[in-house]
Write a protein that binds this ligand. Sequence first.
Ligand SMILES: [Zn+2]
Length: 314
Amino acid sequence: MNYTHSGKLPLSPYSMFSVLPERGRDGEDYPSLAQFRLIGTAVIGEDLVGIRGGNGLSDGYNPFDLYGRAERARGKPLPPHLVFAELDERNPSDACAFLNAYGPLEGTSNYRLLSLDELRQWKKTASRSPVPEVYFGSLLGEVPLLPDLPSPQDDHYEYSLRQFWRAQGDFEFSLRLHAALVARRDRLQKLKQVLATKETKCDFRGPNQERQYVNWAREFVMTTMNANLSTLQPRVARVPNTGAVTGVWGCYTLLEAMYLMLFLDIAGWTGRITQCEKCCLLFYTTLDRGNYCSPVCENRARALRAYHNRKGES
Ligand SMILES: [Zn+2]
């Protein structure tokens, strides 16, 4: 990725959005890229801990450049928010791999001073920390869109493991509910399938049940998304060392950035996010009948249908 000395290239249409440093006491924005990858993320106690990865020229990257590069078709590398929604809570390595790929969900200014003991522990585990290219390549069947390879800096950053999964759970739930709401067919069945993965007290019956499920899901998506979009607004900010001002439209955390990506998916184009009917993998499609993530899943589903048809005949 190329940055000019002002740190404002490269421009995808989405580069007007970025992750900025949290606003200081003066309430002003600072126009620089605050999001960075972590290296060697490992679980230390109840926290995810890794060291900051810089990328040489400029310390940060813009997650929206990755979002802008994502192609809206199946079998293409996924942008960060769809990778986030694919993580599995039962597996702490998923969280480590995600932080190694995209950095802390929140708190890019919260570094942590490790005790000697913790440092020893971190060094031991960090060497086995998942490499995102390899890890996600096998988890998703495709290496997702990633920022440039970072080089290790000195400071450690932490993020609570429990907080990570709470944030991931709400995000994944919103995204999959949204995908079910815009599904072209079997909407009720798809909503129930997404709800079944969560312990929700959602059990509507009777002739109005589809409407009740839809209302419930829509309410959840709206409440969760809007809460995470509430701090984002276009602003002008001082350009360092000049008398000028510039426009910024920043998020203050990667988590907010991913909600904004989902917002852009919902608001901005004609395709949709969908969940594979065979393996539940998320992908983009512009097709009316885009039901499977890959020819493999399509063939497996077809073979299964053929089998059941034959069984029905005999
Ligand atoms: Zn599939």
